[in-house]
Design a protein around this ligand. Structure first.
Ligand SMILES: [Zn+2]
Length: 67
């Protein structure tokens, strides 16, 4: 039961940055980001604190192409 609580949390979108994760600069805003693998095996840029960079990048709209 408690597992569902963590899944439903809208605030906690923190990712664990694994050792050796490549640090790069965001091509949009220049911030340092790390690429991690999500559970869905997709590459995800995250900030140094583990927050998804999609959520914090001031130019996030450029990351996504219009569907
Ligand atoms: Zn950025």
């Amino acid at each position: 039961m408690s597992e569902q609580l963590s899944l439903g949390g809208a605030r906690s979108n923190l990712f664990v940055i694994p050792d050796g994760a490549p640090a790069r600069n965001c091509t949009s805003c220049g911030a340092i980001i790390y690429w991690v693998r999500t559970k869905a095996d997709r590459a995800m840029p995250v900030d140094h604190d583990g927050t998804s960079h999609f959520a914090t990048c001031p130019n996030a709209a450029k990351h996504r192409r219009k569907r």
